[in-house]
Design a protein around this ligand. Structure first.
Ligand code: CUA
Length: 337
């Protein structure tokens, strides 16, 4: 009576499973190693594809032979049992050599990729120091005299040398479309070298458990064309913007000077503390709080008022400020382009 109904009941399930599987194929791949945008991830992707096809060959061969054995040698009524093969020299040399050769074809490109991605950039590469903090990233460009946080800007087509360390616990730096993950450890310098090949915005995050807000330690990499990068670098090198007197931003600046903020944050010409991110150009960034929230007035306001409620463990203590003062402070930070 119910014949076939089990089959039809399963149809919606199959469709849902297919849809879920297909969502994995959707763009724009903000964090996919399989959508490479640098020489580094290009090499890893090529190696992955190479090994994948060897695995397909091995799978097809093994499963094919298995099917042949099942079909040809299965027990049949009245038929004699199949005779096992013993001491077939050519067969034994064959199945020893073939896997050894396949391993060589996998090992050689693997070793090549390991050395190519070991972190040694060519002469003249753009050096960037990356310092991991609980829970944000500090970037220093020693040759450009720039210090910024969380959002890394790089010029397209230029080799980059990241020199990384940690201010506290172990972190790990990863922007999947540009480079593989590498740890940042206090007292040591680890390196990543790569050349981004396409402009765009790439997402990444910390990938080594580093405390309460490990999952909230994100990052963005902006790969700019030469002109945009030069403009960004020129703006970063400039001092902090001065607010027009009488404006809300100017009132915010006065508040900032008198607040606890200057005990932790640098604003060029006003404070030079290094505990929190450099805020000299914070208004020019697209995100705040370790690339966690969009850099809007609303989020800035909530962040200043009570950072730990938005990001567990955040070291910045809540600020009990009247609404008008909060608004002025937000206006000031937004003016720091
Ligand atoms: Cu930093 Cu996890």
């Amino acid at each position: 009576m119910l014949r076939g109904s089990v089959y039809f009941d399963a149809v919606p399930l199959v469709i849902v499973a297919l849809l879920l599987a297909l969502t994995g194929c959707g763009g724009p791949f903000p964090q996919s190693t399989l959508a490479p945008k640098s020489d580094y991830t290009g090499a890893v992707d090529a190696l992955f594809t190479n090994i994948f096809w060897w695995a397909v060959v091995v799978f097809a061969l093994v499963e094919g032979l298995l099917l042949v054995a099942i079909l040809r040698f299965r027990a049949r009524a009245g038929a004699p049992a199949p005779k096992p093969v013993h001491g077939h020299t050519i067969l034994e040399i064959g199945w020893t050599l073939a896997p050894a050769l396949i391993l060589v074809f996998i090992a050689v490109p693997t070793m090549r990729t390991i050395f190519a991605t070991a972190g040694h950039a060519p002469e003249g590469a753009l050096r960037v120091e990356v310092i991991g903090h609980q829970w944000w990233w500090e970037y220093r460009y020693p040759t450009l005299e720039i210090t910024t946080a969380n959002e890394l800007h790089l010029p397209v087509g230029t080799p980059v040398q990241l020199e990384m360390t940690s201010a506290d616990v172990i972190h790990s730096f990863w922007a999947p479309r540009l480079f593989a993950k590498r740890d940042l450890t206090q007292g040591r310098t680890t390196r990543i070298a790569f050349t981004p090949d396409s402009t765009g915005e790439y997402w990444g995050q910390c990938v080594e458990f580093c405390g309460a807000s490990h999952a909230n330690m994100r990052l963005r990499v902006f790969v700019d064309d030469a002109r945009a990068f030069d403009a960004w670098a020129a703006a970063q090198r400039g001092g902090a913007a001065r607010a027009a007197s009488g404006s809300a931003a100017s009132r915010g600046e006065q508040l900032f000077r008198r607040s606890a903020c200057i005990a932790c944050h640098t604003v060029a010409g006003l404070s030079s503390a290094k505990i929190g991110p450099d805020l000299t150009h914070v208004g020019g960034r697209t995100t705040i709080a370790g690339a966690l929230f969009p850099n809007t007035a609303e989020y800035l306001r909530r962040w200043i008022a009570n950072a730990p409620s938005m990001k567990p463990g955040a070291l910045m203590p809540p600020q009990a400020l009247p609404d008008a003062d909060l608004d002025a402070m937000v206006a000031y930070l937004q003016s720091l382009k």
